[in-house]
Design a binder for this molecule. Structure first.
Ligand code: AMP
Ligand code: MG
Length: 317
């Protein structure tokens, strides 16, 4: 069994960096398409990828950020600031060459074992001081089999979730007792909690409301949160449904790093993660998933939600 302890430590270090940037140096740059990126995205990925390069040097990495972008998009004084923070947090002297090398480490390589990094998932939430996640997924032969999610803004205190060998766990992000988690068994609409993105541009809120109504879940409490923390809440039994249906006509693909760790953790907690037709998400190649939407649930309500999505897709066609 792979030892996740070094990754847990790297996620904790990345979370410290994210918090320090959020408190003292928050400036965002535009990656294009109005997608923001901050020095914390690069700093956190450098810490996570460095850890994998040290402990699993032959593995492949699929990660959101790139060294070239760090050099092009980030002003020199900001680069110096994040390099100083990485050095301080790791307790070693780090150079710009190191950071660029770590950012790109293991990328453009295919190997049976592939780590999937989203250093800050929900960057818009992070910038707005809402929820965000630090995510490391693990694929073996392109199937999500493990994952780690740091959730610094989890209700009740920062948490670290992980899935390994078919079981899901949570522990306080800063360390403490590790406990197994399992999805909620609830099917009673009035007591269900449904999750969706805060950002209206990320998913079509009206379509998803329609699905919940057709599925008989219109009474469910609706909670808007950013990031893969949505997967963590389903795994922990703190919510039962997470829908992600794109705007009609959207051609924007789903990125593997936005879903890999979450998929592994929810499945290990006994939940379901599927495409709109109930089939598993397709992680088989490249950086994008080949599916139409994402339905995440506690399992018990899955079939009725898929039936409702299918009915609405037929009506829309
Ligand atoms: P969430 O916080 O769950 O809404 O999702 C965050 C993720 O949404 C980010 O990691 C992006 O990859 C993705 N994203 C950003 N902009 C868009 C968009 N216009 N449409 C769909 N997804 C987006
Ligand atoms: Mg993301």
């Amino acid at each position: 069994m792979i030892d996740f302890q070094p990754i847990f430590q790297a996620v904790r270090q990345a979370a410290v960096l994210c918090q320090q940037v959020q408190e003292h140096y928050l400036i965002s740059n535009d990656k294009g398409g109005h997608e923001p990126v901050t020095i914390a995205d690069y700093g956190a990925q450098a810490i996570l990828s460095r850890c994998i390069s040290l402990h699993f040097p032959d593995d492949a990495i699929l990660a959101e950020e790139q060294g070239g972008q760090f050099m092009e998009l980030v002003a020199e004084d900001q680069r110096k600031e994040v390099i100083r923070l990485i050095s301080q947090i790791l307790g070693i002297t780090v150079t710009q060459v190191d950071v660029v090398k770590w950012l790109d480490y293991g990328q453009n390589r295919e190997a049976s074992r592939m780590w999937v990094i989203d250093p800050i998932d929900g960057t818009k939430g992070y910038i707005s001081m809402r929820n965000y996640a630090i995510a490391v997924g693990l694929m073996v032969d392109r199937k999500p089999v493990g994952g780690i999610i740091g959730a610094p803004a989890y209700p009740g205190g920062a948490q670290l979730f992980h899935a390994q060998s078919g079981n899901a766990y949570m522990q306080p992000l800063q360390g403490g007792a590790v406990k197994r988690v399992h999805v909620s068994a609830s099917t009673n609409a009035a007591s269900l909690r449904a999750l969706e993105s805060v950002e209206k541009s990320h998913a079509n809120h009206d379509r998803m409301q329609h699905v919940r109504e057709v599925a008989g879940l219109g009474e469910a409490e609706l909670i808007h949160i950013d990031s893969m923390e949505k997967y963590a809440r389903i795994a922990a039994g703190d919510a039962e449904l997470y829908l992600r249906l794109p705007r009609i006509g959207s051609t924007r693909p789903f990125m593997i790093w936005d879903h890999c760790a979450g998929t592994a953790i929810v499945e290990a907690a006994g939940g379901k993660v599927t495409d709109v037709d109930g089939s598993p998400l397709d992680y088989s190649s490249g950086k994008t998933l080949k599916n139409q939407g994402i339905v995440v649930s506690n399992g018990a309500i899955h079939d009725r939600v898929i039936a409702a999505v299918q009915k609405i897709l037929t009506e829309e066609a």
